[in-house]
Design a protein around this ligand. Sequence first.
Ligand code: SF4
Length: 323
Amino acid sequence: MNSNTHFVANNSGAVVSTNIAAVEELTINWHVTEACNYRCQYCYAKWTSRPNPRELFHDPVRTRSLLTELFRFFHSGNRSNPLHQQLSWNTLRLNLAGGEPSILGDRLLEIVHAAREVGFRVSIISNGSRLTPLAIEQLAPHLTSLGISLDSAAPATNRKIGRIDGKGRLLDIKELVENLQLARQINPQLAVKLNTVVNQRNVREDLCQLADQIRPDRWKILRMLPVVDHSLAVSDDEFSAFVERHRDFESVQCVEDNHDMCESYLMVDPFGRFFQNQPSLNLAYVYSEPVLSAGAERAFCELAFNTDSFQSRYTNGVVGGKQ
Ligand code: SF4
C-alpha cells in the first residue's frame, strides 16, 4: 500500500480526503448467481448448473427493489454517499457477472431491461458458452459493453482449466468470434472486452492470434488470485512474461496483479449483499448485511473500499472506465 492510499474506513466516511478524484463512470458488479456451467479450478463459483433457489434474481420484485436501492444510493446526485468524499463520477453502470449470468436465460434479459429502466448503463461479463445469436440479438442493443472470459484458444488447455460444461462441451471459438461480430453490428457503440486469468495452465501460451480475431476494445489480464486454488498460482516472472508476450495489445491491455484486485471492486453477491476480498483475512471474502433489509447505506458502510485502487483502475488508463 503506498502512502497515498485512502480507505473509506468501513465506508463510513470517517476518513476525509482532500483529494477527490473524478471518474466518468462508477461500476457496481452484481454477481447475479454463483452457479456456472463451467468448472474452472481457480473459481469460487459454486460448480453447479442450477442456481440456488434463494438467489435474488428469481424474484423480479425483489430484484427491482435491489436495483432501485443501489441506483438511489450510488447515483452521482446522492451527495450523502460517503464515497463522494473521495471520488466523483457522472454515470452509473451495473455489470452483471456470476457465476455465469447467461444461465439465467430469459431472466437475464428481464434484469437488463429492469436495470435500464431504473437508470443504469448495463454490461455483462460471461464465459460466452450460452451467448447464442438469439441471445446476442436480444441483449446487445441494451449493453454498453460485453465482456468474455477467455483463458485459451486451445481445447486441451480449456479442458485442463475446467472451462468445459457437464456434457463435455467446450467454447467454440469460431462461433464466439461470429457472435461478437454480430453484437457489434447490432450495437456499434458496444465495447467488446476480454478477461484472461493467467494461471499455470495457460501462462506459457500466446493468445495474440485469438485477440487478433476478436479485436477487443479492452483486454483485462488478471493474475489468478490464489483464494481457492494455490496450485495454479503463477510467479511474478511468469506473469510478467505473459504480459510481455502480448505487448502488441498494450493499447487495450489492462493488467491486474493480485494486490490491484483487493477492496477495489464494488461487488454485490447473489443474495444482495456487498462483499469484498480482504488481504488482512488472507483474501477471504467478507459480506455486509443484505441491502434489501439494511438499506444500501448501512450495508455499504460495513465494508472497506480502497478508493485508490479503484481510481487507478479508471484514471491511469488501466481499464479506461470499462471494467
Ligand atoms: S467460467 Fe467464470 S464463473 Fe464459471 S467456473 Fe469459470 S471462472 Fe468461474
